[in-house]
Design a protein around this ligand. Structure first.
Ligand code: NDP
Length: 396
């Protein structure tokens, strides 16, 4: 029996993980802890269904509501960010890190530090703190299992024992809802249009990231850390069908790839059973029915996100943490109608420029406190830029 904890259990990845656990044969998994931000009802219902030992909400104001929702059970509970940390520290063998954003870094790190098997969906943790995070995993002996579909595909195709034969890796991108849209249409895009992803069903933040392709930028940085590669050996190809998730190119010209329906339960199932395999209810690929698989180069002009992210990764220091923080603020501002879709890239670039001007981004973080400081600073720079843009749009 594998004991598991799910950080971000009420989100898209968290629910898909619960779905697999609940379908698994009796006795395959026991659930130690589940966490959410504020969605007390779904959290409590899930905890009752899987008989979790402990539940936590990050929103301290929801503690009483959680106690209420769990009344009559023996499930222990807590509220506030420390309670989420407590959940991560409980001795589960396997932890799904599926909190969205940099908020996922402290609990994911807590699971890494105690040497757990950590299924990593929360790419923002690696983007913000890559070298320190990987070092923490090396020190504790934690096993990082990539869950992002592209990284999971590469993890399965990457011959770690013969790295010298690997030339490059390729992350595929669906192209999102605006793959063929004109810049005029993108400028006028609404939040509802931006979150309507053509192939994947995901939470709001990553859906907007997919529409801007900042998601691919974050994934390039994630891949560099996970597979210890420079960014010029991490390529991106637009592949609208989302069937080939990632590829590894070898010295002999061969490419190894992993294919599957665009359903997160395949990579989650891979990580959940690793190193074995488990049944999932995912629709099987019917290769005879797949007449067209297409691949295209990225259009940098309409989708500058990946280039901006590459530049931040090359700049090093705190720049990736600033990039991630600014993107979170910009996506939130877009979803709340404060800025337009194309302003997201502008806000991120402005924040990075400001960080560079103030000499902030260049300093390499010595410890996680420096990462958290860079995150706060990135949020401040980006919030100021959003305010400036709001004021000038009101004046216009
Ligand atoms: P969702 O928005 O669907 O879910 C986010 C989860 O995190 C929810 O459980 C939410 O709780 C919780 N949460 C939000 N803010 C906080 C906080 N401040 N503290 C603690 N918990 C918090 O996100 P997704 O499931 O789509 O994505 C999760 C992560 O996985 C992201 O990093 C994303 O990039 C990555 N990922 C997602 C994929 C997908 O298919 N969805 C694919 C590949 C990677 P509540 O419900 O209470 O708000």
């Amino acid at each position: 029996m594998r004991s598991v904890t799910i950080l971000g259990a009420t989100g898209s990845v968290g629910r898909a993980t619960l779905d697999l656990i609940e379908r698994a044969p009796e006795g395959a998994f026991s659930v130690v802890a589940l966490t959410a931000n504020s969605n007390v009802q779904d959290l409590a219902q899930a905890a009752r269904r899987v008989n979790a030992q402990f539940c936590a909400v990050a929103d301290a104001g929801q503690g009483a509501a959680l106690a209420d929702a769990l009344s009559g059970t023996s499930i222990r509970h807590g509220a506030g960010p420390d309670a989420v940390l407590d959940a991560a520290q409980l001795p589960a063998d396997w932890v799904m890190a599926a909190i969205v954003g940099a908020a996922g870094l402290p609990p994911t790190l807590a699971a890494v530090r105690r040497g757990a098997f950590v299924a990593l969906a929360n790419k923002e943790a690696l983007v913000c703190a890559g070298p320190l995070f990987m070092e923490a995993a090396r020190k504790s002996g934690a096993t990082l299992l990539p869950v992002d579909s592209e990284h999971n595909a590469i993890f399965q195709s990457f011959d770690e024992d013969h790295r010298g034969g690997i030339r490059r890796i390729i992350l595929t991108a669906s192209g999102g809802p605006f793959r063929n849209a004109s810049k005029e249409r993108m400028a006028a895009a609404t939040p509802a249009q931006a979150v309507a992803h053509p192939t994947w069903s995901m939470g709001a933040k990553i859906s907007v990231d997919s529409a801007t392709m900042f998601n691919k930028g974050l994934e390039i940085i994630e891949a560099c850390h996970l597979f210890d590669l420079p960014d010029d050996r991490v390529d991106v190809l637009v592949h609208p069908e989302s069937i080939v998730h990632g590829l590894v190119e070898y010295a002999d010209g061969g490419l190894l790839a992993q294919l599957g329906e665009p359903d997160m339960r395949t990579p989650i199932g891979h990580a959940l059973a690793w190193p074995a395999r488990m049944e999932t209810p995912v629709k099987r690929l019917d290769l005879a029915q797949l007449s067209d698989l297409s691949f295209h180069a990225l259009d940098d002009d309409r989708f500058p996100g990946p280039s901006i992210a590459r530049a931040a990764f090359r700049a090093g220091g705190c720049a990736p943490a600033v990039l991630n923080a600014a993107n979170e603020i910009a996506v939130d501002a877009f979803l709340n109608g404060k800025i337009g879709f194309l302003d997201i890239a502008g806000v991120v670039s402005d924040a990075l420029e400001q960080a560079q001007t103030e000499g902030f981004g260049a300093r390499a973080p010595n410890d996680f406190d420096a990462v958290y400081a860079a995150d706060r600073q990135g949020r401040r720079f980006a919030s100021d830029t959003v305010q400036d843009r709001l004021q000038s749009s009101k004046r216009a």
